[in-house]
Write a protein of this length. Structure first.
Length: 427
C-alpha cells in the first residue's frame, strides 16, 4: 500500500449564519482558502492531478462546485475537478476519494476538502405554489391568467419550505438531526446540565486555542466590500453555564433538552488538505506534516446516527490492535453536545459494545484531555461539507504541536453513517 502524505492544509474562518445570506458563496470560500494554500506550494496549480471537493448543499448556480473551484484556482482546463457528497462527512469523503486514487496510481498530488455556505440555503415554495406557477406557464390569454390569479391563496405564499430544514431531516425516519440526538440523550440518560457543561467547555477551549495561536490553519477571507474575516465568529468568550441554561429546547419542545446553544451552529466555511504520494513528495521536495494510515465507513440506525463515530472508529482500533487510550488525540465532530457524550457512553457500555460492536465488553472512554482540545463544532460551527476535512487537518496540527504520534478524526453522518480516519504526525 502506498503511503498517503498530508503536505499542508488551510481553512477559512467559520462564519455563523446570521439573518439572511452570508457574505460569501460556497465557491468563494473554497477559492479563497485554496488560493492561500496553493500560493505557498513549490508547484503550480496546474500540476495537481485532480481537485475533489465535498459539498452537501451546493447552490443551483454552483453545480459540480469542485470543477468550478478548480478552474477559479487556476488549475487549468486539464485538471479534473469533481464533487462528492456524504452529508456531514463530505469533506472527509473527498479525502478518502483522493486516497483511493493515489493508491491505485491514478493520481499523485490531489487537493481535497469540503465547503458549504449554509446561510445561503434556499427558501422553497410549497408544492401547491409550484403547481400554481406551472399552471400559469401554460396559459396564453389575459382572461385565462386572470382566472388563474383568482385561485392564488395567501397561505400559498406565506408558508415557504425552509430548504435547510429539509436537508437536516432524515428522509427515511422523518426525524431532524437534533431529534436523533434527543434519542441518544434519552438512551444514555444524558442530562441538560451535562450537555450545557460540554458546550461551555467547547467555547472555552476554542477561545484558549485562539489565544494560544493554535488555529494556524485559518486563512483570512475578504468580501467584495473589502471587509476582512479572520476568525471563527460563533465562538463566545462569555459562554457560561448560566447562559447555556436559558435557551429552550428546540427539537423536542416538551420533553427534550437539546437547544441551539448546545448544538453545532449553522455556519459557512471551507477546508482543504493537500495529499501526495511518496513520488510526488520527492518530485516537488515537499515537507509533509503527517500521513493518513487508515479510514473506515460504517452504517447504523438512522435514528441513532450520532453514534456513527463509535461504529467507524472501533474497527480501526481493532485492525491496529489499539485501545481508546492508545490514541494520543481525538477530533470527534461536535454535531451536538449530547451526541459526543453519547459516543463516550456507548464505548463505556458493556451491553452496547457486545450487542452492537461484537466486542467482549466495554471498550472504555476517551480521556477528556485528549478529545477536541481546541473545541469543536458547538463553538466554531459546522459547515456540513467542510467539517470532515477540518477535523483531519486540525488533528494533525494538534499532534505536531504536542509532539504526539497518533490521532483519530471521526464524524457522525446524517442517514445513519459514521466516518473515521487514523492519522500519524511526522514530527
Amino acid at each position: 500500500m502506498k503511503t498517503i502524505y498530508v503536505v499542508d492544509g488551510a481553512r477559512t474562518p467559520f462564519l455563523k449564519a446570521q439573518k439572511g445570506p452570508g457574505p460569501f458563496a460556497a465557491s468563494d470560500l473554497a477559492t479563497q482558502a485554496g488560493r492561500a494554500l496553493l500560493l505557498r506550494q513549490p508547484f503550480e496549480p496546474s500540476d495537481l492531478d485532480e481537485v475533489i471537493l465535498g459539498c452537501a448543499a451546493p447552490s443551483p448556480d454552483e453545480t459540480n462546485i469542485g470543477r468550478m473551484v478548480a478552474l477559479r484556482l487556476g488549475c487549468g482546463k486539464k485538471v479534473p475537478g469533481w464533487t462528492v457528497m456524504r452529508n456531514c462527512a463530505s469533506g472527509m469523503q473527498a479525502i478518502d476519494s483522493a486516497i483511493a486514487n493515489i493508491q491505485c496510481g491514478r493520481s499523485e498530488l490531489v487537493l481535497a476538502g469540503g465547503v458549504d455556505a449554509l446561510s445561503r440555503a434556499p427558501l422553497l415554495y410549497s408544492d401547491a405554489m409550484v403547481r400554481w406557477f406551472a399552471g400559469m406557464m401554460s396559459l396564453r390569454t389575459a382572461g385565462q391568467k386572470l382566472q388563474h390569479f383568482l385561485k392564488l391563496r395567501p397561505a400559498m405564499l406565506l408558508t415557504p419550505v425552509i430548504g435547510l430544514m429539509k436537508g437536516l431531516t432524515d428522509p427515511v425516519v422523518g426525524l431532524l438531526m437534533g431529534q436523533t440526538a434527543e434519542n441518544l440523550a434519552w438512551k444514555f440518560g444524558i442530562s441538560r446540565q451535562q450537555m450545557d457543561e460540554f458546550a461551555v467547555r467547547s467555547h472555552q477551549r476554542s477561545i484558549a486555542g485562539r489565544q494560544a495561536g493554535h488555529l494556524a490553519e485559518i486563512v483570512p477571507v475578504v468580501d467584495g466590500q473589502g471587509n476582512v474575516y479572520a476568525e471563527d465568529d460563533g465562538v463566545r468568550a462569555d459562554a457560561t453555564l448560566a447562559g447555556m441554561a436559558k435557551p429552550k429546547p428546540f427539537f423536542d419542545k416538551k420533553y427534550g433538552n437539546i437547544t441551539a446553544a448546545n448544538s453545532s451552529q449553522i455556519t459557512d466555511g471551507a477546508a482543504w488538505v493537500l495529499l501526495a504520494s511518496e513520488e510526488a513528495v520527492q518530485k516537488w521536495g515537499l515537507k509533509p506534516i503527517g500521513k493518513i494510515v487508515d479510514s473506515e465507513w460504517a452504517g447504523l440506525e438512522p435514528e441513532q446516527m450520532g453514534l456513527g463515530p463509535v461504529h467507524a472508529a472501533t474497527p480501526i482500533l481493532q485492525r491496529h490492535g489499539l485501545s481508546l487510550a492508545d490514541i494520543d488525540y481525538w477530533e470527534l465532530n461536535e454535531a451536538f453536545a449530547a451526541q459526543v457524550l453519547a459516543c463516550q457512553a456507548a464505548w463505556k457500555d458493556d451491553a452496547y459494545c457486545r450487542e452492537q460492536l461484537d466486542l467482549p465488553g466495554a471498550l472504555g472512554e476517551i480521556p477528556e484531555d485528549r478529545l477536541n482540545v481546541d473545541g469543536g463544532a458547538v463553538s466554531v460551527g459546522h459547515p456540513v461539507g467542510a467539517s470532515g476535512a477540518r477535523i483531519v487537518l486540525h488533528l494533525l496540527h494538534v499532534l505536531r504541536r504536542n509532539q504526539a504520534r497518533r490521532g483519530i478524526a471521526t464524524i457522525c453522518i446524517g442517514g445513519g453513517l459514521g466516518g473515521a480516519m487514523l492519522v500519524e504526525s511526522l514530527n
